[in-house]
Ligand binder design. Structure first.
Ligand code: FPP
Length: 221
């Protein structure tokens, strides 16, 4: 399952709070989403936390998101380990502040043996950049056997299955440069619910809707 967690800012505005409060509530909801997946045997969860384009936001907001990430990596670690959650990051974090990169490194290291759920956090992620860097790496390594499988191996998601279901909250219905290559056969679920309000019932509804879909992968059934 993959999620575009949209609507934190609107959630806060509706309540008269600054956007930072919405991002904090959104982070809190990531904890709930992880628990939902562990409880329901979902083995891969990928969340879009910070896109390459998000660096264009005001520096103050970027700073808040960075601090929330570090807080998440540091505070959640014991519980993630206890629940068998392996952290994974997809994207290019080289432009992230050193203290964020260090927290990420520690988080990945601390949970590397966990096997129940792989929580992939898209950070400094952009699907077009991901595809471009895959081709650059193929060129450098002298790869001549260019197949769909080869390309998949050079993406950030080489260890992950393609998402069966992609959820986007807050009423927007677009992919915004998220998992473009991997989403070829994904089912999409769009809802008006804002990310901080997307609770267990909302998850149940999305999963039930997914279960009703007939996936033909271009064939006939
Ligand atoms: C979109 O809401 C949300 C983001 C750009 C950031 C998502 C980040 C988090 C939920 C927190 C960190 C995540 C982890 C994994 C710890 P928006 O700000 O675009 O909302 P709006 O469209 O209502 O303004």
């Amino acid at each position: 399952m993959a999620i575009i967690m949209d609507g934190n800012g609107r959630w806060a505005r509706k309540r008269g709070f600054p956007r930072s409060v919405g991002h904090r509530a959104g982070t809190e909801n990531v904890r709930k989403a992880v628990k939902y997946c562990v409880r329901n045997g979902i083995r891969f969860l990928t969340v879009y936390a910070f896109s390459t384009e998000n660096f264009r936001r005001p520096p103050e907001e970027v700073g808040i998101l960075m601090r929330l990430l570090v807080e998440y990596f540091e505070k959640e670690m014991p519980e993630l380990k206890e629940n068998g959650v392996r952290l994974n990051v997809i994207g290019d974090v080289s432009a992230f502040p050193a203290y964020v990169q260090e927290a990420i490194r520690k988080g990945l290291d601390a949970t590397k043996e966990c096997e129940k759920l792989v929580l992939s956090i898209a950070l400094g992620y952009g699907a077009r950049a991901e595809i471009v860097q895959a081709f650059q790496k193929m060129l450098v390594s002298g790869e001549t056997d260019i197949t769909e499988e080869t390309v998949s191996r050079y993406l950030y998601t080489s260890d992950l299955p393609d998402p069966d279901l992609i959820i986007r909250t807050s009423g927007e219905e677009r992919l915004s440069n998220f998992l473009l290559y991997q989403a070829a056969y994904s089912e999409f679920y769009f809802t008006d619910t804002l990310w901080p309000d997307f609770d267990d019932d909302a998850f149940d509804k999305a999963v039930a809707e997914y279960a009703k879909r007939e996936r033909r992968y271009g064939g006939v059934v």
